[in-house]
Design a protein around this ligand. Structure first.
Ligand SMILES: [Zn+2]
Ligand SMILES: [Zn+2]
Ligand SMILES: [Zn+2]
Length: 463
């Protein structure tokens, strides 16, 4: 089958592609030929006159994000895999030859265009097939000041790359720190020094003059022109450098109000809203470059991102334990509670399944909701409480807590969940009584573990 070369822009008369390629001008998003062509069989040519929007529409459409871009339009220099100035049949053949290694690399991975995670997999395939990091590039046409050309035209590309790094598919390296306008968050800022008295940025350096005879020190302009200076304090004429006066340095002067502006105030003026933001305490945003990890390659190979897991979200919470450790500690706590007649409450929180939620709300939303739920739960519990996740259930053991007190804790947690989490996780909690807890542990074979508490409990039962 012939490989397909999609073209946007003005195709020069008589342009022909090499024998194994077929030129298709402006294919529709659902072009059946493109749907059949594999990842190593499609490339995009931006002919002169093509706009960035045309290129974005093709890459986020029939071509897929990772497809090679041959740019003869000069519009997409950062994203281009091969750039050229004059588009002829010869230069096109050369460009396709240069792009061949990328196409070969792309043939190894499943086609991601129609997957839920098309953008994520496209970004991974881009990094792998070019064997380079996904770097941010300056973008003066955007308020953010930078963009990721690898995800050309994809909204929220920065957030997506961050999420992929959180999942371990990419690793981050710091690339640039940009400041942000305090009013409109734009990073299109002009930094300038301003006069602390009158706010003018019309500042200049002046030589400082130190008059030995009277000890006065001031800017050159106070003394008048060099060679005809008069000391403004004592009225004498300092004549000889090193004998009558010297110059201990320079001072910043304001050309607008004439006063010293030392030290000047550094401010950012926003090119979008014209407001000024003092540099002290100005908000910053860090841009990172991203490199593919081994897990990233594995995801690429499987054509899937790892599933959103409730357990991953809860892992960083202080009370969180592995299911096995939770069981062991729970055995101990149950034993203590039984022996000394202390209260203990065990709760099972159920969630809608992660897959169902992802289908309904999208991956980022759900992952963020899980993170928030974990954080709120961690805050609601005491340090001595225990928590473990078993699939879509969160198990919580609260030693030294009556079920009434536990109910208060859960009510508060429920309120903050409703307040802070926008999507419906169908989060419900039920109490487990002692028998249910022991049954739960037995089901997991945890009774068999040689645990001090379990032995003690067994001894007590034997008595
Ligand atoms: Zn602004
Ligand atoms: Zn001034
Ligand atoms: Zn003097």
């Amino acid at each position: 089958m012939l490989k397909l070369l999609a073209v946007v822009g003005d195709v020069p008369a008589g342009l022909s592609a090499p024998d194994d390629w077929r030129i298709v001008v402006e294919p529709e998003p659902d072009d059946p030929d493109f749907a059949r062509a594999g990842p190593g069989e499609r490339a995009l040519l931006a002919a002169p006159g093509a706009g960035v929007a045309d290129v974005a529409r093709m890459l986020d459409g029939p071509l897929g994000l990772a497809a090679p871009l041959l740019d003869f339009s000069a519009e997409c220099p950062r994203r281009a895999d091969v750039s050229g100035e004059r588009l002829t049949s010869e230069s096109l053949a050369q460009a396709l030859y240069d792009a061949a290694p990328i196409l070969r690399a792309l043939t190894h991975w499943p086609d991601a265009r129609d997957r839920v995670d098309a953008h994520a997999l496209g970004a991974l395939a881009f990094a792998q097939s070019r064997d380079r990091r996904i770097e941010p590039a300056w973008a003066p046409d955007r308020r953010q000041g930078m963009r990721y050309p690898a995800l050309f035209g994809v909204a929220g590309s920065r957030r997506l790359l961050d999420a992929l790094a959180d999942e371990g598919l990419l690793e981050r390296r710091h690339a640039a720190r940009l400041h942000r306008c305090g009013t409109c968050s734009s990073s299109r800022l002009n930094a300038a020094e301003h006069c602390p008295e009158c706010d003018s940025s019309f500042l200049h350096d002046e030589r400082l003059i130190h008059h030995y005879a009277c000890g006065h020190q001031g800017p050159q302009s106070e003394f008048g022109a060099r060679g005809a200076m008069i000391c403004p304090k004592c009225g004498k004429r300092p004549r000889h450098f090193g004998v009558d006066y010297d110059s201990p340095g320079v001072v910043v002067m304001c050309g607008a109000c004439g006063r010293p502006a030392d030290p000047p105030v550094v401010k950012f003026t926003c090119a979008d809203c014209a407001n000024q933001t003092p540099s002290d305490g100005a908000e910053v945003v860090d841009w990172f470059s991203f490199g593919l990890t081994e897990d990233g390659v594995a995801a690429l190979r499987s054509g899937k991102r790892p599933r959103v897991q409730v357990a991953d979200a809860f892992e960083p919470i202080a009370q969180s334990r592995s299911l096995k450790e939770f069981g062991r500690m729970l055995l101990h706590d149950l034993d203590v509670a039984g022996r000394y007649d202390r209260p203990i409450t065990i709760v099972r929180g159920k969630l809608e399944s992660a897959e169902a939620l992802v289908r309904q709300y999208g991956r980022e939303q759900v992952a963020e909701a899980f993170r928030l739920l974990a954080e709120l739960t961690g805050e609601a519990l005491r340090e001595s409480d225990l928590l473990a996740v078993s699939e879509n259930a969160v198990l919580i053991a609260m030693p030294e807590t009556t079920s009434e007190n536990a109910r208060h804790v859960l009510e508060r947690l429920n309120e903050s969940v409703l307040q802070n989490i926008a999507i419906d996780l169908s989060f419900t909690t039920t109490f487990m009584d002692r028998a249910e807890a022991e049954h739960f542990l037995a089901e997991r074979g945890l009774r068999a573990e040689p645990v001090h508490g379990a032995d003690a409990a067994a001894e007590r039962r034997a008595e």
